[in-house]
Design a protein around this ligand. Structure first.
Ligand code: NAD
Ligand code: UDP
Length: 332
């Protein structure tokens, strides 16, 4: 297969490109480098010993998309490109709606024109809003609590309308839980600019003495130890889920959504302890007040993704903690 990967130099995109190349697929990347660096292309080549075609540019740019589809016989598109910071989306909603929605609409229009109607889309567990029950199943009601999440839900709806209007489309919506960790080589991983919003990159920066301590957002939730519980999944497992989803849309028409998680929930305190134990470092923390909009617990029912895609995460929490820190140590 030849795949176009939008956002392919980003965190999840780059790991997915590695898994696709290892699987024997050909890869074309488009990324505007708004949240990643060009040297990721070299790192991907170093890990896989394979070539990729890279277009530096914006997915909103229809002329560039046309050029890509004219010059490459693409079978499947995996669409990662988009902005993803919840807090920033509250402050700059128009920027989020513009980038996430327009890029997707333009991409689908150009795909339509070139008769490429196979798409895998990066959605998020955030579309489940405040779930009433756990574990979360794909048919649970959908709602959102911030503009970022709303862009994901709006795109899911756009894609459903598109698949309904034209039965030739095949679309897999992947709802990620909490991807963490890095490639075991330490060559690619997650490297957010400034102060991280998410737990694992924050823990890593505290362990690395770039930040003084972790603020734990509340210890009075109705969970095992009072701190928030999430379903952390190793980014390499997540990447492998995309290889399976790409095969699914290549083989079968229609649209469906799948949870990509492990099905296990870990609390913030459990994460801190595990990270300390695995990496033999200290992670100082203080308990602070709850973060606005946070939910107590969120973890996936993974049965549907297993049944339909054959997806099962295999890496452990130890692997996630070890690989996340290894990436930082190698790139200090
Ligand atoms: P990332 O920011 O590392 O990667 C996204 C990439 O897209 C970046 O390289 C960025 O430069 C690029 N990009 C953004 N807008 C673009 C545009 N208009 N044109 C071209 N390139 C553009 O993020 P990630 O963590 O790899 O996430 C990938 C996708 O998965 C995103 O859609 C995100 O919303 C979704 N997602 C991520 C998480 C997570 O926790 N990381 C969870 C759920 C869903
Ligand atoms: N969290 C925390 N301190 C931080 C960042 C996150 O205590 O600096 C907690 C957060 O309240 C949640 C969990 O860690 O319970 C995971 O947060 P993250 O932002 O990584 O993921 P999300 O909340 O989007 O699932």
């Amino acid at each position: 297969m030849k795949l176009l990967i939008t956002g392919g130099t980003g965190y999840i995109g780059s790991h997915t490109v590695v898994e696709l190349l290892n699987n024997g697929d050909e890869v074309v990347i488009i990324d505007n480098l708004s949240n990643s660096k060009k040297d990721v292309i070299e790192k991907i080549k170093e890990i896989t010993n394979k070539e990729v075609t890279f277009y530096e540019g914006d997915v909103k740019d229809k002329n560039l998309l046309e050029e890509i589809f004219k010059n490459n016989k693409i079978d499947v598109v995996i669409h990662f490109a988009g902005y993803k910071a919840v807090g920033e989306s509250v402050e700059k909603p128009l920027m989020y709606y513009d980038n996430n929605l327009i890029s997707t609409i333009n991409l689908c229009e150009v795909m339509n024109k070139y008769g490429v109607k196979k798409l895998v889309f990066s959605s998020s567990a955030t579309v489940y809003g405040m779930p009433k029950e756990l574990p979360i199943k794909e048919d649970f009601p959908l709602s959102t609590t911030n503009p970022y999440g709303t862009t994901k839900l709006m795109i899911e709806n756009i894609l459903r309308d598109l698949a309904y209007s034209d039965k030739d489309w095949s679309i897999a919506i992947l709802r990620y839980f909490n991807p963490i960790g890095a490639h075991e080589s330490g060559l690619i991983g997650e490297n957010p600019n400034g102060i991280p919003n998410n737990l694992m990159p924050y823990i890593v920066k505290v362990a690395n003495k770039e930040l003084d301590h972790l603020n734990i957002f509340g210890d009075d939730y109705d969970t095992k130890d009072g701190t928030g519980v999430r379903d952390y999944i190793h980014v390499v497992d997540l990447a492998k889920g995309h290889v399976l989803a790409a095969k699914k849309v290549f083989d079968e028409k229609g649209i469906d959504a799948y949870n990509l998680g492990t099905g296990n929930g870990y609390s913030v305190l459990e994460m801190v302890k595990k990270f300390e134990e695995v990496n033999n470092v200290k992670v100082n923390y203080v308990i602070t007040k709850r973060r606005e909009g946070d939910i107590a617990a969120c973890y996936a029912d993974t049965n549907y993704a297993f049944e339909k895609l054959g997806f099962k995460a295999t890496k452990t929490l130890d692997d996630m903690c070890k690989d996340a820190y290894n990436f930082v140590l190698k790139n200090r």
